[in-house]
Design a protein around this ligand. Structure first.
Ligand code: ADP
Ligand code: MG
Length: 682
């Protein structure tokens, strides 16, 4: 049951404080007790038995049942980490990797980065001598295969969150299946929050063709996958729909939070929005509304999205004190990757940010799109962790039934495949079409990607990687276009500048947009703005940051995100090490910006656009497919509208906007990518 906090007047001390008639909160149990209470605990022996006797074990269990944090520990306790072997657990998301690793380290009472460590791109918190449980993104595992194709140091690889069907998860699954044929001592655990286990199980089913080479199978080891379903202990969640659709889901979410806070007993609120922008907008509206009503509300409002500083992440997981109510406003990261204890009320906008790629137009879009019914159910389930909960869907029941698709589409079927294909090529998988995919990508996307890789001069006429450029591009842990830009900067004598630009392009945004007045922000940005475009502007910001002594105060004054800049410095150091290893001379072009722009063109020529003649509203068309695009208002070239530009990525809202834009000369296009542009008649 829930106890309303009582207000007690302590007359002697003359202070007011809040108390509660019960103290049996989840925050009080010992860690060992908490572990034993998790649903997976009852299956500990069964899981260990299945892993021992089966090459592949599929574990299905609802979010929060303890799959991620417990199974790696069970494996270690059972000896799978002895003799220098390591247990790996992959996650699709970086933020989840860090959060889960730190939780497991805490449960085991060890320092993070020793027995329990994690690796994400540009951040390695492991100790090769001592780490026995390692959390990593599936992208990082893929990179590890380039150095160690059979993943020899791992005894068990747990591929977690398989239901998300992220592109790297799918590739990793396909590759692990190949590895298993050569290493029967390797055990796989596929864990998933939904019962879609059947298709996974079919995928791992041995067929005669697939097991041609498995002469070294351990006696008694079963190659058919085992499926184990962990029964949850979720409470009932009451679903509420809107009667009429709303147009502004941020506003609707904020009103619903306040309504719950007014009318409902204590219990935390989790809100699903789509990304940093709408989350920060909701945080601001909520904070303003609370101030307007001049009540000391007891509401603690916390955002949750990737790119959030560590200290803020930790607040999300700390138990809510009595008399307070936590409101976490999150991206879909809290849908299944992270569990927040104490959530009783759930507000679902019905949207998430999703990547869509159209091979015909060659445009990859990050768009706010409706979630699937399966996701909506997952989200609702988050409210039934500690007691019966309530879920408020900011859409109508009819919309849920008629408009939302039953399941999401695997990412591999809605992504640009350039990165994916180059990695497979580097791993020696030459027959990409014949690769055993859990879900096949479309042939159009594959052809498109091959064409771009061919134009980047990393693949030859037989679609084999060209040595050494192709292998170098694959080795740099960045998207191939950025890697190619780095390699090209070597001949152009501007590697110092291009490394800085690459580092900035690898963080989300170096600007702080949420704070203060738009005009002040624009003025601050103009201090760094370069006529050539955003990339050159980044060089000015980086220089200013270094000259300020990497000062956070300087960042604050200039509307620059201090954490992002620190990350840029770190990433740049790592890229510099990689560049040196690849034999790139570190050289500055000393202000010869043409060299910098040419290097950017050598990487991003496929994203070239031309301003429409007589366009009064800044409309551009992509050279490749004549798609309408506009310069994003956050770009320094917004309203400047040079005739020829390149962009890094597209975001779609009311229009398709180009992000990170630089002006170029059209003659460079045919110079750097003759095959690609010969048909254009430039
Ligand atoms: P699953 O992978 O099945 O979704 P997890 O292993 O992630 O479940 O979580 C199991 C439990 O561990 C959660 O219900 C939560 O109580 C606790 N937990 C997980 N991560 C954290 C954390 N960072 N801080 C506090 N508790 C956590
Ligand atoms: Mg999990």
């Amino acid at each position: 049951g829930t106890e309303k906090p009582r207000l007690v007047d302590d007359e002697e001390g003359g202070v007011l404080f809040l108390t509660s008639s019960s103290s049996s909160g989840y925050g009080y149990a010992s860690i060992e007790k908490q572990r034993q209470r998790l649903p997976v605990y009852k299956y500990r022996t069964a899981i260990l038995y299945l892993v021992e006797s089966h090459a592949t074990t599929i574990v299905v269990g609802e979010t929060g049942s303890g799959k991620t944090t417990q199974i790696p520990q069970y494996l270690k306790e059972a000896g799978w980490a002895e003799g220098g072997r390591v247990i790996a657990c992959t996650q699709p998301r970086r933020l989840a990797v860090q959060a889960v690793a730190s939780r497991v380290a805490e449960e085991m009472g060890v320092k993070l980065g020793e027995e329990v460590g994690y690796t994400i791109r540009f951040e390695d918190a492991t100790n090769p001598g001592t780490t026995v449980i390692k959390f990593l993104t599936d992208g990082v595992l893929l990179r590890e295969m380039m150095g160690d194709p059979l993943l020899t140091k791992y005894s068990v690889v747990m591929v977690d969150e398989a239901h998300e069907r992220s592109i790297s998860t799918d590739i990793v699954l396909g590759l692990l299946k190949k590895i298993q044929r050569r290493r029967s001592d390797l055990r796989l655990i596929i864990s998933s929050a939904t019962i879609e286990a059947k298709s996974m199980s079919d995928f791992f089913q041995p067929s005669s063709r697939r097991h041609r080479g498995s002469e070294s199978v351990e006696p008694g080891l079963k190659m058919e996958p085992a499926i184990l379903s962990v029964e949850g202990r979720g409470f009932n969640v009451q679903i509420h729909y809107l009667e009429e659709p709303v147009s502004d889901y941020v506003r609707a979410a904020v009103s619903t939070v306040l309504l719950i806070h007014d009318k409902e007993p204590f219990g935390d609120i989790l809100v699903f929005l789509t990304g940093e922008e709408d989350i920060e907008a909701a945080v601001k509206q909520l904070t303003d509304d609370i101030q307007d009503r001049k009540i000391s509300s007891g509401l603690i409002v916390l955002p949750l999205y990737s790119g959030l500083p560590r200290a803020e992440q930790d607040l999300i997981f700390s138990p809510t004190s009595r008399g307070k109510r936590k409101v976490v406003i999150s991206t879909n990261i809290a849908e299944t990757s992270l569990t927040l204890e104490g959530v009783v009320y759930l507000i679902d906008s019905g949207f998430s940010k999703q990547q869509f790629y159209n091979p015909i137009t060659d445009i990859e879009n990050l768009v706010v799109a409706p979630i699937s019914q399966a996701s909506a159910r997952q989200r609702a389930g988050r409210a039934g962790r500690v007691r019966p909960g309530k879920c408020y869907r900011l859409y109508t029941e009819e919309y849920f039934l008629k408009e939302m698709s039953a399941q999401g589409i695997p990412e591999i079927q809605r992504s640009n495949l350039v990165s994916c294909i180059i990695q497979l090529k580097a791993l020696g998988i030459d027959n990409i079409l014949g690769f055993d995919w859990p879900a096949s990508p479309s042939p159009e996307s594959m052809i498109r990607a091959l064409e771009i890789l061919y134009s980047l001069e990393v693949l030859d006429d037989d679609a084999k990687l060209i040595s050494p450029v192709g292998f170098h591009v694959a080795e740099i842990p960045l998207e191939p276009m950025i890697s190619k830009m780095i390699l090209s900067s070597n001949q152009l004598g501007c590697s110092e500048e291009i490394l800085t630009i690459s580092a900035v392009l690898s963080v989300q945004s170096i600007w702080v947009t949420g704070r203060g007045v738009r005009k002040e922000f624009d003025e601050a940005k103009m201090r760094f703005a370069a006529a050539e475009g955003d990339h050159v502007t980044f060089l000015n910001v980086y220089k200013g940051f270094l000259e300020s002594g990497k000062s956070s105060n300087w960042c604050y004054k200039n509307y620059i995100n201090y954490h992002a800049m620190k990350k840029v410095v770190e990433i740049r150091e790592q890229l510099q090490r990689i560049a040196q290893r690849l034999g790139i001379d570190l050289k500055s072009c000393e202000g010869n910006l043409q060299a910098v722009r040419k290097a950017v063109t050598a990487g991003f020529f496929a994203n070239a656009c031309r301003l429409e003649p007589y366009s009064h509203n800044g409309m551009y068309k992509t050279l490749r497919a004549s798609q309408e695009v506009y310069i994003h208002p956050s770009s320094v070239l917004f309203r400047v509208n040079p005739k020829w530009v390149l962009y890094q990525s597209i975001v779609s809202t009311d229009r398709r906007y180009m992000r990170n834009v630089i002006s170029i000369e059209p003659s460079w296009l045919t110079e750097v990518a003759p095959h690609f542009y010969q048909k254009q008649g430039l």
